[in-house]
Design a protein around this ligand. Sequence first.
Ligand code: BDR
Ligand code: CA
Length: 313
Amino acid sequence: MPARDIIIDTDPGQDDAAAILLALASPEDINVLGITAVAGNVPLPLTQKNARSVCEFAGKVDVRVFAGCDAPMTRALVTAEHVHGKTGLDGPTLPDPKMPLQEKHGVDFIIETLRERPSGTVTLCPLGPLSNIATALTRAPDIAARIQEIVLMGGAYFEVGNITPAAEFNIYVDPEAADVVFKSGIKITVMPLDVTHKVLVTPERIKALRAVQTPVCDAMADMIDFFERFDTDKYGSSGAPLHDPCVTAYLIKPELFTGRHINVEIETRSELTLGMTVADWWGVTDRAPNAMFMGDVDAKGFFDLLTERLARL
Ligand code: BDR
Ligand code: CA
């Protein structure tokens, strides 16, 4: 199979960094057409800078990085420095990037790429709030039919929420954007907390990453060490979940994941459950399925893949 053309839409974020690195380390499977940054874990000036730092640190200075939306579609931005640190990438000290930020707006890049490329050949990979993707779909509705698939990290059913008792961070930050995406009719694959909370970075898995002894694997291990503190304190588990690389791992080895094709709706009105992904896992409504909602993952297979691929950088 030829490498799949993708746009990564991201708010780095240590786990976003892992997702980006996994993609950049896998040119036989994934061709990164560009990276669009969005406001999320930290504000946009930091997420676009972090995206460039990660690419440059991996020696991939030709990857084009664009800045997209600096706020959700209709709401004030909620950030997650309490998880990711002040910079969003706390842990290792990565050098300031020298590679330029592209002048074009990230939303324009998404629209233009989808119009220029053959229809059905570009996959969007959102790893943060869906503001850029929904803005592109709203501004240029013709692109919906041209998108091969959207593979995103967001939402939860069994795990319910992480930023509120009812909602996962990426969906909660911009629920109106998520609503646009889930109503778009585009083929959607979702990596919810139900999957990512099974991808735990245990001490043995960090050890395997450090054993590679490369600057990239060391930096990744330092990043994980940083945000792990927050999640292990919170969940009392043996390691923190690594959310976003589930998206890029899926593109490489879809057989690692299993789920159900179900209906998923986004709560946009309730104060208490704002941003909840109301997933009809048990098929109790007659609402039409609109997303492949993953529920399980081969965590060992995932970490073997991540470590083997990151070792190449
Ligand atoms: C998601 O929120 C962010 O903090 C992570 O980068 C991930 O995309 C997990 O809820
Ligand atoms: Ca993210």
